[in-house]
Design a protein around this ligand. Sequence first.
Ligand code: ARG
Length: 563
Amino acid sequence: MDYKTYIAAHLPDLGLPSEEIAAAIAVPPDSSLGDYALPCFKFAKLLRKSPALIAEELASSYETDAVIGEVAAAGGYLNFKVNRKRLAEETLARVGKEGARYGSSDMGRGKTICIDYSSVNIAKPFHIGHLSTTALGSALYRIFGFLGYHVVGINHLGDYGTQFGKLISAYKRWGNREEVEKGGIHAVNDLYVRFNNEATEEMEAEAREYFRLIESGDREANELFDWFKELTLSYVKKIYDRLHVTFDSYAGERFYTDKMQPVVEELREKGLLVESRGAQIVDLEQYGMPPCLILRSDGASLYATRDLAAAIYRKNTYDFDKCLYVVAYQQNLHFKQVFQVLELMGKEWAKDMVHVAYGMVSLEDGAMSTRKGKVVWLEEVISRCVEKALSIITEKNPDLENKEDVAEKVGVGAVMFGALYNNKIKDIVFSYDKALNFDGETSVYVQYTCARASSVLAKAREAGIRYENAPPSEVNGPEFELLKAIAEFPATVVLAAKNYEPSCIARFAVDTAQKFNKFYIESKIMGAETEELRAYRLRLTDAARTVLTVALGLLGIGIPEKM
Ligand code: ARG
């Protein structure tokens, strides 16, 4: 049990669930007053007492024990001091025992979570707009897996719609096999962009006809479509490999072609389908939303129709406890509508659908533009970041071995971390220089800290020093601040999962790295006054490296041994 939960469980009833109390407990930046603090302001109204009085009463009734050694009231705060030796011993023992699994649990055992993320569009650019969904989704995938959930990662490919008719039309006009084979997705995208730039009424009609041919199973049209799809997938899979992102299913929109009719029928049977100017809709006016379009007047299905079919399919196939959609906030209304329609259909599990919305990513130089053909491909951003990382590393440490590998870890990490460090709903502006700042709130700062720890530990190993079971002989100052941070990790992982907020872990990593560096600078590790102290500090160094490695690992970021 973590300390906050422990404290919450030992407080009298305050009119709030103990989970909420635990979440309200803070770790003050300066531990001279206390290691943990409960602000009592939020209980004042309920208990009809001043926060100061509540804190005082709680302080006098709280029974200290071997875990919490001291409790005191100060202003409206209730401050707790832990038994430091015990915290140190327990934390180090747990990290030592669990290693790379430190912070994991089985709280999700028997539960399934579907996560829809990245969900790229076939034959369209995999652009920087897909960075957040890819980074957030894959981080949540790992975090929930780490907590024992069965996780199903789904790439809901955008592989349906008239754009494929356009593509075929463009290819037939201007394309040839050799060029497309050579240029891959870029060549395909060029064709598509050219079509949009030059489209006439007649071409649009032709495109619709080609799409109809795909739909009706025409062989040539489907062969071309499959070819474009393959080109796109082999391209994006290379990027996924680079980012260490995986999926369990690539069932995209087209997969639901034959699964929409039953949904339409069910809607009709349940009296939810209304005709409106030839189209079939579900009226959502009483929920303050525009209608959800199900079938166009020409009978064609829509994005929402496929999402309804997909939701039902996922429930039937995976029997999920939660189904997450990691999709930009621009689609807030779409998901509200889809979830509402499911509820109206009487799906009691509609409450388990969650739209995990996030903000926009743009580049510092304003290069993110949705104008025709002017998009920033994610691949470019990654490559540029890796290149920049390589030049920084070469300058800092010209003799480093495997510079390319290190640069890959640093550059890819910087891109991912850039998308994960802030609260997900915030719009972010990606800056190469900021993302690669060795002293900033960055992944490279954390990676560098780990490399620093590794180098101390390597020296100890060379000198034949054993420290694995060294008892904590000094539990004040920077050692203790670091230990306390490490002790918070398991609760941080749970918080990240509960709030669908990997940034909790990213912030934890930076904060813990900062605490390690303070310790590293202020306390001599190899040069400690006594052997006992040296062994203990090494053990602490090892624990810090472990927890930082686990934290970045959950975000999909690797750590070089040397930097
Ligand atoms: N392909 C869509 C886009 O790029 C995202 C799909 C999200 N998932 C879903 N089930 N609607 O906007």
